[in-house]
Design a protein around this ligand. Structure first.
Ligand code: AGP
Length: 590
């Protein structure tokens, strides 16, 4: 998703902006641009990678940069940011929902637009409002905009000054040896900023006179505390090269260990009353995080007898809002910046519910909004495909489900103490990689794959399918094994691949029936189970033994060979696993 950066430096800022844009690349983008204010205001922007900008250099201490993920208007040099209007250059992350009517109004007044973007409207509005006071002009312009924004703006006649503002898109300010910054996220300031401060919705940031100032929506000065960012969020390189996704899968045991350490230090007492009294619990998230919410719903209902209503955040927002006072919403998000998840959490809060966030980024917008926040210790996750953060989300949610039971009945579930074994089980799951290599080699030309499971294994099947779709660009569907014969079986023919996850002894025979249905139509079956006898008795063509754990905890481990399999499929098919097409790491627009 779009990333913005702004810098005011005593030296030339071009290098700091370029490096910042390189660090923003992981968010996903299709064009990039830089504006530098030296003797004059110079802008260079190009469709394609940040590296294209290295053909450009301008001297000057004040500048802004942008990585664009196209929403309004195709990826092109013209639609790339920064956008210029009069003396103003502006970069924007978010969507101006009323841009069409604003554009029409401005065109009637004689403005001519170069790009098809919603963002150029903001540049025009700031330029029209600008009479020497940049902060006031940005405020006036943004008062007309509906939707979401994080903007950074400079003016040709104001060297040394930069104004930024935020509403529903992330924005942080940072101080470092290379200068003063604003940026879309903390990892992208790694190495550049030693101290950061978070802007809240409706706030403005102004860099001027070598200092950073924050203002509320009425432009009243706001005190802000700068803090050192979580060190592990700043590790943005892969030792020895290679892909982030592969490195992040390799980090799962470490990430689980660190997350468990954090959970053991977390005091759940502040939310004890809500956990004890919650008659209904809602869980919302998007994508991979949604799959972890599904696991939570199953485990919490089973263990604590509390119905958990689980929705993708985007659906939850537009349903009749059933949630209300005294109820609990669990919002799960690696980034803590996903627009739909944030909005769902805001809606729940507005209706008097208590919001618990599970996130990887302790200084994210979701963490700030939640009544109680569980921060996992996955460390920076750069690859667009979520891997280690999923395993850590599951660990946090197991812990939360256990607390739910504890506050109700003063006891923990049977599997609670086995959480200590997750890390070593994850390590043992790596021994499945050789088999996953062979499976990927055999399936690399597949046009579609079904992933089957029942109960908790269905969540793993869905996550496995999402992974292979996302990075290997193979159509895949995670499906309940028992549903196959109700429709999807129609596609199964000679060689059609079906991956089945079967880690529950009680459900193993049922899943095996589905595999038999596939086999008798000539399909190819791959089976993952923690039970040797389940594998032995199966008709599957390919069998992989998973490490043994209490069944409730299996999703945190059985997914690992599937994550790796997706990675291998991606490599075999010649794609870049870290930058899947059309996708962004942090989806900050609806
Ligand atoms: C996962 O591989 C995806 N990149 C995506 O589904 C992701 O999980 C989703 O966009 C939610 O992101 P979040 O956890 O940062 O909220």
């Amino acid at each position: 998703m779009c990333g913005i950066i702004g810098c005011v430096s005593e030296k030339d800022c071009y290098g700091a902006l370029y490096d910042g844009l390189k660090r923003l690349e992981y968010r996903g983008y299709d064009s990039a641009g830089i504006a530098v204010l030296g003797e004059k205001l110079e802008i260079f922007k190009k469709k394609g990678g940040v590296a294209n900008l290295s053909a450009f250099y301008a001297r000057g201490g004040t500048g802004i940069g942008h990585t664009r993920w196209a929403t309004h208007g195709a990826p092109s040099d013209t639609n790339a940011h920064p956008h210029r209007a009069g003396k103003i250059a502006l970069v924007h992350n978010g969507i101006v929902e009323n841009y069409a009517s604003l554009k029409e109004e401005l065109e009637e007044e004689g403005e001519r637009f170069r790009s098809e973007t919603d963002s150029e409207v903001l540049a025009k509005l700031v330029a029209r409002a600008y009479r020497g006071d940049l902060l006031a002009a940005v405020r006036e312009a943004l008062s007309r905009a509906e939707g979401s924004y994080a903007v950074a703006v400079i003016a040709e006649d104001r060297p040394g000054e930069l104004v930024a503002a935020k509403y529903k898109s992330p924005l942080v300010a940072g101080k470092g040896a290379a200068g003063l910054f604003v940026c879309s996220d903390v990892p992208a300031l790694a190495g550049a900023a030693d101290y950061i401060a978070q802007a809240e919705d409706g706030e403005f940031v102004r860099i001027a006179g070598g200092e950073i100032f924050f203002y509320d929506k009425e432009l009243r000065p706001l005190p802000k505390t700068f803090f050192r960012p979580q060190r592990e969020l700043c590790a943005l390189s892969v030792a020895g090269g290679g892909y982030f996704m592969r490195a992040e899968i390799g980090e799962i045991p470490r990430a689980l260990r660190d997350t468990l350490g954090l959970l053991k230090q977390t005091d759940f007492a502040p939310c004890a009353r809500v956990l004890r009294g919650a008659k209904r619990v809602f869980a919302v998230a998007c994508g991979t995080a949604y799959h972890s919410a599904l696991v939570f719903a199953d485990v919490a209902e089973r263990e604590a007898g509390v119905p958990v209503i689980c929705h993708t955040a985007g659906e939850f927002r537009y349903r009749p809002p059933l949630i209300g006072e005294g109820e609990l919403l669990i919002a799960v998000s690696q980034s803590g910046e996903t627009a739909d998840t944030l909005e769902a959490a805001r809606l729940a809060k507005a209706r008097g519910a208590y919001v618990v966030a599970v996130t990887n980024i302790g200084c994210s917008s979701l963490a700030a909004l939640a009544d109680f926040c569980i921060v996992m210790g996955a460390g920076a996750e750069i690859a667009v495909a979520a891997t280690k953060s999923y395993n850590c989300q599951l660990l946090c949610l197991y812990y939360l489900a256990a607390q739910l039971l504890f506050f109700k009945e003063q006891r923990y579930p049977d599997w609670f103490y086995a959480l200590d074994d997750l890390c070593s089980a994850a390590e043992r799951a790596f021994s499945c990689f050789a088999e996953a290599d062979a499976l990927a080699d055999g399936l690399k030309s597949a046009r579609a794959i079904y992933y089957l499971g029942r109960g908790l294994d269905l969540c793993t099947a869905k996550e496995g399918a999402l992974k292979v779709k996302e990075i290997a660009c193979v159509f895949a569907e995670g499906y309940p094994a028992g549903e196959l014969k109700h429709g999807s079986l129609a596609l199964v023919e000679e060689g059609f691949p079906v991956v089945c996850v079967s880690t529950s002894r009680a459900l193993a025979k049922k899943s095996e029936n589905a595999l038999a249905e596939v086999k008798s139509r000539g399909g190819f079956c791959a089976l993952f189970s923690q039970y040797g006898d389940v594998l032995e008795d199966s008709c599957a063509d390919f069998k992989c033994l998973l490490p043994a754990l209490p069944e409730a905890l299996m999703p945190a481990v059985s997914v690992i060979p599937l994550q790796y399999f997706a990675y291998k499929m991606c490599i075999e098919r010649g794609f870049d696993p870290d930058k899947p097409r059309n996708l962004a790491k942090s989806v900050t627009v609806e």
